[in-house]
Design a protein around this ligand. Structure first.
Ligand code: GLA
Length: 652
């Protein structure tokens, strides 16, 4: 996947409509000073481009497109459909989304549209066609940007229009209502349907809703927005066939509504937005995880970081600013893990509106600011590593991930409401990266042949294809690590009978009869002295040997960690220390390549070695070649001072 910009481009969202014309020439001059290679233009411009239902106003937009082009700045052109103008929602309130309780979500913010609305689609596609006709062969336009963060705020809608679309989707999936009845297990609680017409979206119910109904609604909602993307894409392809098309993904820990493995094949460029989430305990581990997952979504190819923040956001309980130096380190972390461009929301910090306290490349203080100087430094640094573009990250470890498993695992009425899929995956991904190993985060049905270790954290829902694929890894001597509450159900969320962990009993050589989750705050000790919490289960071994057993808790003396050759099972949630120790043991046995140390991230991308030093001490890392940020050569080691980064082109 070659990005349509030069080198490792610096980019940003540019919203010139928020500023008087007199500011625009200064914008272009400052962009040049910072080395901005591309801007995303027009994301929220609909109301200015179509000021009334019957008029277009492209004069101001032509002017800004011309200024950018003259300034040598490429354009990622948004189709401008993300936020409908008030004249549209006033004339057609039926396009508004409705929540699960039946409440309309009123206009006054953004993304006020139902993904299934044919009325919205008609207006939006007219705008897309008009944009494509006007700018589709403009030399500055290098990429089309469909809508914006499809599903941000409107990922699921429970209105009557959505209900009708859901029925069509179900009828396509099942063909026959009895097949739906089987899949949804409607013999339970008298839920049997006699026709698709009786089915509603899973609105708020008096008691526990049908989980497969909920799961299918999650699948439908993801597919529905993908279908919307395709509708915009088809218009763009028709009018402007030579310009590649993307839409910015939200692979993150707080957004689970799109199955991006299903979306990625429709993208010419995989692009992704990422904001550090200070509500999480390990913010950079989460960033590493989402980068590795985005690369997995992109099939291992380079991808584009379409949005991030130069400092604070405005939407967390407390919006922490980046300290000096962090902007460069955070940006290089994305590049190390496969990004071929680093872009930000937004160019100039707004002076009005709901995001006026969100950071930007040009802060409220203006050009004369620490932030803008850091942005200029970042632009210069990205220029120096331009040749990294196109190279691929090398990883010995795969961590399996599936949005379907996330949706199903986090439904209600499970053994423990304290168990969250994302936490389980984060814990094992960060244990692997803290060891200094690099992991690809990939779909359970992807090609696992190149990995020395495959980690399967809490993969509750799996298809029949996954266990044989993992068996093949173990058979060739690769290591497989499966953790608790994996392999439990099939794709319809039906229990795999005969004992847990269902799909993986044979691979792991174990059988579990009953879950015994722990109360919040309770813990268990293992006979090797390690600690765990959240989960235990009544496990017996069939072919496996016991690595550690519980010393206390509800099941003393029974196995907690087992191995069947190279297939390991961890039946509890080990604390971070014990997780790290087990990851170390298995990675060593598996011969996983490792570099780096706590706080020092070392990632290899093609012939380039990235070293990010987030510690307070200088470090020396083995490397021979040219350090590109300083232009110096290193012979045997590269020294990276505290809080700094190095990118070594090895062998030069
Ligand atoms: C999202 C949106 C942007 C902006 C940022 C703020 O990523 O796409 O328009 O609202 O969030 O963090």
């Amino acid at each position: 996947m070659t990005l349509p910009f030069d080198g490792i481009a610096l980019g940003c969202d540019y919203n010139p409509e928020q500023w008087p014309r007199s500011v625009w020439p200064e914008d272009i001059a400052l962009m040049q000073e910072a080395g901005v290679g591309f801007v995303t233009l027009g994301v929220f411009s609909w109301a200015k481009l179509a000021p009334t239902p019957d008029t277009w106003d492209f004069g101001w937009f032509d002017e800004i497109v011309g200024l950018l082009h003259e300034g040598g700045i490429a354009i990622d052109m948004a189709t401008a459909t993300a936020a409908p103008p008030p004249w549209l929602t006033a004339a057609h309130p039926e396009i508004l989304t409705v929540d699960a309780a039946g409440h309309t979500l009123w206009p006054g913010s953004r993304q006020s549209w139902c993904p299934s609305s044919p009325v919205f689609r008609t207006y939006a596609l007219e705008l897309v066609r008009t944009m494509a006709q006007r700018y589709g062969d403009h030399p500055a336009v290098r990429l089309w940007h469909v809508s914006n963060e499809l599903g941000c705020h409107n990922g699921r809608c429970w209105c009557d229009v959505s209900a009708a679309a859901f029925r069509v989707w179900l009828s396509d999936r099942y063909g026959d209502i009895e097949k739906l009845n089987d899949a949804w297990g409607t013999a339970f609680w008298s839920q049997h349907y006699t026709s698709f017409e009786e089915v509603l979206p899973p609105r708020i119910t008096p008691a526990v809703p049908n989980p497969t109904h909920e799961l299918d609604f999650a699948r439908f909602s993801s597919d529905e927005l993908l279908d919307y993307h395709r509708a915009e894409r088809d218009v763009l392809r028709d009018v402007s066939p030579d310009v590649p098309i993307t839409t910015n993904f939200m692979v993150s820990s707080h957004q689970s509504e799109q199955d991006y493995f299903a979306w990625a094949p429709d993208m010419d460029v995989v692009s992704q937005d990422h904001y550090l989430d200070h509500r999480l305990p390990h913010i950079h581990a989460e960033q590493a995880f989402t980068d590795d997952l985005t690369r997995g979504v992109a099939g291992g190819e380079p991808w584009l970081l379409m949005e991030s923040a130069t400092s604070a956001v405005n939407w967390q309980p407390v919006n922490l600013a980046k300290r000096p130096g962090e902007l460069l380190l955070d940006s290089l972390q994305h590049v190390a893990r496969g990004a071929d461009g680093v872009a930000f929301f937004q160019w100039r910090a707004s002076r009005a509106g709901g995001e006026k306290f969100h950071s930007a490349l040009v802060p409220h203080a203006g050009r004369d600011s620490v932030k803008f100087r850091e942005v200029v430094e970042l632009g210069a640094a990205l220029k120096k590593i331009g040749d990294v573009a196109g190279s691929r990250v090398r990883a010995d470890v795969a961590v399996l991930w599936d949005w379907n498993a996330w949706w199903a695992c986090d439904l209600g009425s499970h053994p423990s409401g304290e168990l969250h899929y994302i936490d389980a995956v984060h814990r094992w991904h960060s244990a692997v990266t803290d060891l200094g190993a690099t992991a690809d985060v990939v779909h359970p049905e992807s090609d696992l042949s190149g990995y020395k270790l495959v980690v399967v954290p809490t993969l509750y829902l799996v298809s029949d294809a996954v266990a044989p694929a993992l068996q093949a890894v173990a058979d060739r001597g690769g290591h497989v690590l499966v953790t608790y509450f994996s392999g439990i159900v099939d794709e319809a969320d039906h229990i795999r009978l005969g004992g847990y962990p269902g799909a993986f009993r044979e691979l792991l050589g174990v059988r579990s009869e009953e879950f015994a989750p722990l109360a919040p705050g309770a813990g268990v000790t293992l006979d090797d002295g390690s600690h765990a919490d959240l989960w235990t289960e009544l496990l017996t071994t069939t072919d496996a040997s016991v690595v550690a057993s519980y010393a206390d808790g509800p099941l003393p003396g029974t196995p907690a960690i087992t191995r069947n050759g190279t297939a390991w099972y961890v039946a509890t949630r080990l604390d971070e220390q014990a997780t790290a120790a087990l990851a170390e043991r298995i990675a060593t046995e598996a011969g996983v390549t490792r570099a780096g140390s706590p706080g020092v991230e070392v990632v290899r991308r093609g012939e380039y070695l990235f070293v990010l030093n987030r510690t307070n001490a200088d470090v020396a890392v083995p490397a021979t070649g040219t350090e590109l940020l300083s232009g110096t050569s290193c012979n045997g080691t590269v020294t990276v001072v505290a809080g700094a980064a190095a990118v070594v082109q090895e062998g030069t």
